[in-house]
Design a protein around this ligand. Structure first.
Ligand SMILES: [Zn+2]
Length: 336
């Protein structure tokens, strides 16, 4: 078992190859570079989508982040959200920030038809392609890029634990056990469903030290958040600046309260931002969520947390030690 801050000599896969956990530094654990829609992008491209311009804007943004002290960004864009390791790779080669890739499948309800016919007991049969995809991304690398995914992601939302959502979660748990790679989620805290996720993964032996319940920072319900903390999982306070799902004043107060209660070692802070997202394109963001950018924590949120009594040690725990612990693979077979 690794210590509180993870094994600093362990290696974490990034777009530039393995990086010593000790060198990850200040880390944003839940961001996106490009959220796309490949089927539409091919024949019905979004008017604001220009791959070269998007790459240039991501390069500019990440270089600015480096100057603000950010050293690592986890790109949680997985298949189902239009992940393109090729495009992110183009960015990664031009920036100083480490970028960690993720795998999984983004659906809160059903998987595409391909998965319905493939897998044990299904029409075409064979092994579960979902497990194969996740395993290949983590072990061999994504496509031809050789970039290994360092995080597994699963999603639950209003439809709950549908059969296909459970299939994704089972695949993530399976590949976690084979590789030790951490699991992170998209939850809907208004529905308190982070608790279902924590229960699911803990029951399957994913250690709490390597489990993040994402979007927990959108909760305004301290009782729910404390129940989540009690599971031992880490809470993703990861939507700073995302004004359409909550306000930062409340998010900051929640973080300050949890730190005051001694839970800094179970919090990670991030934005869930993107340089381009077809879901909420750049022009919409500029008008409706102007601070929903990955420099927001550095420029505004962290200084405000300090004003509210969150000390440097707690900030470093949340921004450096916890991500290092999470991203350093858990020892395989050492859980349960
Ligand atoms: Zn996200």
């Amino acid at each position: 078992m690794t210590g509180v801050g993870g094994d600093p000599s362990a290696a974490v896969p990034t777009y530039r190859g393995s990086v010593d956990a000790a060198d990850l530094g200040w880390t944003l654990t839940h961001e996106h570079l490009f959220v796309l829609f490949p089927e539409l992008d091919r024949e019905h491209p979004h008017p604001e989508w220009d791959p070269d311009a998007a790459v240039a804007s991501a390069v500019r943004g990440l270089e600015e982040l480096f100057d603000l002290g950010v050293r690592t960004v986890v790109d949680l864009t997985v298949p189902g959200l239009g992940r393109s390791a090729e495009l992110v790779g183009r960015v990664a080669r031009r920036v100083r920030v480490n970028i960690v890739a993720a795998t999984g499948w983004y659906t809160d309800d059903v998987l595409p038809p391909y998965f319905r016919t493939h897998g044990p007991g299904r029409l075409v049969g064979g092994p579960d392609p979902l497990v194969e995809i996740l395993r290949r991304d983590v072990v061999d690398g994504i496509g031809e890029t050789g970039v290994r995914a360092g995080v597994l992601k699963a999603v639950t939302d209003a439809p709950g634990l549908t059969p296909d959502v459970v299939r994704v979660m089972e695949a993530a748990a399976t590949v976690h056990h084979e590789t030790g790679v951490p699991v992170t989620t998209h939850s809907n805290p208004a529905l308190r469903n982070g608790l279902d996720q924590a229960r699911f993964f803990l029951e399957r032996g994913v250690p709490a030290s390597h489990l993040v319940i994402g979007h927990s920072g959108d909760s305004t319900d301290l009782d729910y958040v404390l129940e989540l903390v009690d599971t031992g999982a880490t809470l993703g306070m990861d939507r700073f600046g995302m004004s359409h799902t909550g306000d930062d004043t409340t998010r900051i107060a929640m973080v300050a309260e949890l730190v005051r209660r001694g839970y800094a070692s179970q919090l990670v802070l991030s934005h869930d931002s993107a340089y381009f997202s077809r879901i909420t394109p750049p022009s919409w963001r500029r008008t409706n969520a102007p601070h929903w950018t990955p420099d927001h924590l550095s420029r505004r949120v962290v200084p405000t947390l300090r004003d509210q009594g969150v000390d440097d040690a707690a900030i470093e725990t949340m921004m450096i030690a916890n991500p290092r612990r999470l991203l350093t693979a858990a020892p395989v077979g050492a859980v349960r």
